[in-house]
Design a protein around this ligand. Structure first.
Ligand SMILES: [Zn+2]
Length: 215
């Protein structure tokens, strides 16, 4: 049962195609499992349609077309579907993710690995998979801008409570946190952040030196 959903303004941004491609992908993965949010996105799309009927159709229709294309790009597996790397073959991956290319897995500890997800038009945006084994706590860190998380499998606990399969989390620079995997199994998440995370403790800074600012 999904407990954590994107805020209404995030769903409105998604409906308008206003999020960067990585964030669109994370929200699309949530929508695949959440009928509640799918219907809310439909409502926002209806609002966009109503605006189209009433004002400057030639400008808005162009924007609406761009928004629609961005959503399709996030939600639809691409026709030449890249094959997923072997380390993901035992996971039940969300359909929107299956259209993406996932890069090389990089372990930061024996229990934690990261793997980049190729999303167009990035810049400072970081979109990646992170897996943490059970009884693992991530290094204390904060963010620049927003970070969206979709739980693919397992569960983690954070300042906002417990996040299970299908749940959505949004954090920003107001939150310093140490998400932890406390369940009986490991946890795989898809994350897209506006910029690399900022590690705050000393061991964490050593890890960041190892990983660079990849994540
Ligand atoms: Zn939802």
């Amino acid at each position: 049962m999904i407990q954590h959903h994107p805020a209404p303004e995030i769903l409105a941004e998604y409906a308008g195609g206003a999020l960067h491609a990585g964030a669109m992908l994370v929200v699309a993965c949530h929508l695949e499992t959440c009928a509640v949010c799918r219907s809310e996105v439909s409502l926002w799309e209806g609002v966009g349609g109503a605006l189209l009927d009433e004002t400057a159709p030639e400008i808005l229709s162009h924007r609406a077309l761009e928004a629609m294309m961005a959503r399709l790009d996030a939600a639809e597996p691409q026709s030449a579907r890249p094959s997923m790397p072997d380390f993901l073959k035992d996971f039940d991956l969300p359909a929107p993710l299956k259209g993406r290319t996932v890069g090389r897995r990089r372990r930061v500890t024996p229990n934690i690995w990261f793997a980049p997800v190729d999303v167009p038009g990035e810049g400072s945006v970081r979109t990646y998979l992170v897996y943490a084994g059970r009884n693992t706590v991530l290094a204390e860190h904060t963010h620049v801008g927003r970070e969206f998380t979709h739980v693919i499998t397992g569960a983690f606990t954070d300042t906002g409570g417990r996040y299970d399969k299908g749940d959505f989390a949004c954090t920003d620079e107001t939150i310093i946190h140490t998400p932890g995997v406390t369940g009986e199994t490991g946890c795989l998440c898809l994350i897209s952040a506006d910029a690399p995370m900022r590690l705050t403790g000393l061991p964490a800074r050593i890890i960041q030196r190892l990983t660079g600012t990849l994540y």
